[in-house]
Every structure is written in C-alpha cells, then in structure tokens.
Design a protein around this ligand. Structure first.
Ligand SMILES: [Cu+2]
Length: 124
C-alpha cells in the first residue's frame, strides 16, 4: 500500500515536471514585441528558420514584424503572408517590415517562398 502511494506520488511529480517543462518552453518560444513610438515592433531573425517562430502582438496598437535576414539560402529568401497578400524578398530587403492589422484578434501564418519553414503572428 505504502509503495503504491510512493509510486503514485512519483508519477504525479513526473507529470508535473513534464508539464512545467513543456509550457515553460512554449512560453519562451513566443516572442514579445517591444513598443517604439507607440508602435509594436516584433523582430524575427531569419536563420535556418524563424526565431522566434511565434510573435505575439496586442490588439488595438499598430504592429510590424521586422525580419532580420541572416540566411543566405534561396529557400528563406522570400517570406509570404498568404492572408495579407504579402510577399517580401528578403534577399533584396534584409530588414523588411510587414504591417500586421491589429483591429481584431487573429492569427497570421507565414512561410518561406517554398512553404517549408513556417512562422506565426498572433494578435490578442
Ligand atoms: Cu523554403
């Protein structure tokens, strides 16, 4: 009986650690924008993918994603926001800015020109 309780407590503790690790990591993965002159600016580094992969903006304040191109592969040279009809050539403009509408909450997925790497912008 005592052994069963110890095993149960051990299992619960393990689940707790896994949840804490998982959500802690998720929290870390989402990028926060900084506010410059009343405008939200979220910097995304493009290097073998998008970092951070998820950028969060507050609703109701002008917002822009600033891409910082540090990758020379053709694969990542374009960034495409399908919903917004945006296709930026990062090879030509390595600090391209993309305006994000913040009038309502929503999610905007973006991808490289070949739809291999993915990122997301969340307005909430
Ligand atoms: Cu690609």
């Amino acid at each position: 009986m005592l052994l069963k309780i110890i095993v149960l407590i051990g299992a619960l503790a393990l689940i707790g650690i896994i949840l804490w690790w998982f959500f802690g990591k998720f929290e870390q993965a989402a990028g926060k924008a900084k506010v410059v002159d009343g405008k939200q600016e979220g910097r995304v580094v493009v290097k073998g993918g998008y970092n951070p992969q998820v950028m969060v903006f507050k609703q109701g304040q002008p917002a822009e994603v600033v891409f910082d191109m540090q990758d020379s592969t053709a694969c990542l040279s374009h960034v495409v926001f399908e919903k917004l009809g945006v296709d930026k050539d990062l090879a030509k403009d390595p600090h391209a800015r993309v305006k994000i509408p913040t009038d309502q909450a929503g999610e905007f997925d973006y991808a490289c020109g070949m739809n291999m790497f993915h990122g997301k912008v969340i307005v909430k």
